[in-house]
Design a protein around this ligand. Structure first.
Ligand code: SF4
Ligand code: SF4
Length: 239
């Protein structure tokens, strides 16, 4: 039985966001929400400035807070597979009311320290990174890994000492995004994770939107933030 995991070498990430786009395409992730993204911060003063990138995704935690919250909520739709991937069992949400699904999703969202769960504004169902389980089950790597231009993301079997991920962990200093006592220390292993990058809440990058923002008119699915009273500019000469 494999134990799936990912090594992210932040030295190799160029912030191209190809992974973010590949994930959105592969998994039909709408605007305003994400299963993975790349956050950044800048350090130094001109001319010695450097931008640091942090590819961010679900950590597939050992003691996953989202799974615990989902169990405590009495629905238990979040679970961890034997091969180490935290997934959502949508069968457990069938026949539930909108309110029950919202409560289940909100419990998991609040439990996750990485902001890795969101309510899909199109399906009104919870969603998160699955390590592209549908691809991995067919012997492929996740879409973000497949497309990673910098070869920053590497995926494989952590229980196999000869896998690329195990070799990277054996030959580099790595750390996990979340400390083990927060439930972390599972799937994601980072090389040269800068101290500043651990403050992922303070990094530049899009937050998950709340579907209620669409209902309340604060966001538009086609134009982004609603600009009340500011319609699209009409180009053309005044007569
Ligand atoms: S990172 Fe968040 S979504 Fe992923 S397993 Fe941990 S708590 Fe759940
Ligand atoms: S595709 Fe790779 S190099 Fe580009 S932003 Fe994503 S992790 Fe970084």
């Amino acid at each position: 039985m494999p134990r799936w995991g990912m090594v992210v070498d932040t030295r190799r990430c160029i912030g191209c966001q190809a992974c973010t786009i590949a994930c959105k395409t592969e998994n039909d992730v709408p605007l305003g929400v994400w299963r993975t993204q790349v956050r950044f911060y800048e350090k130094g003063t001109y001319p010695l400035v450097r931008r640091h990138f942090l590819p961010l995704l679900c950590d597939h935690c050992d003691e996953a807070p989202c799974v615990e919250a989902s169990e405590n909520n009495g629905v238990g739709s979040f679970y961890k597979t034997k091969d180490g991937v935290v997934l959502i069992d949508y069968k457990k949400l069938e026949g539930r009311t909108k309110k029950q699904i919202e409560t289940e999703t909100q419990a998991a969202i609040e439990a996750c320290p990485l902001e890795a769960i969101f309510m899909n504004p199109m399906t009104m169902m919870p969603e998160k990174c699955t390590y592209c389980y549908h691809r991995v089950s067919e012997g492929l790597v996740p879409a973000c890994v497949q497309t990673c231009l910098g070869r920053s993301r590497v995926f494989g079997d952590l229980s196999d000492p000869n896998s690329p991920v195990s070799k990277l962990i054996a030959t580099n200093a790595t750390r996990t995004l979340m400390p083990a006592d927060d439930g972390g220390g599972a799937g994601g292993h980072y090389i040269t994770l800068e101290g500043g990058l651990l403050d992922y809440g303070a990094l530049e990058g899009g937050r998950q939107i709340d579907p209620k923002d669409f209902e309340e008119g604060k966001l538009s699915m086609t134009t982004g933030p609603a600009m009340k009273g500011h319609g699209a500019k009409k180009h053309g000469r005044k007569k």
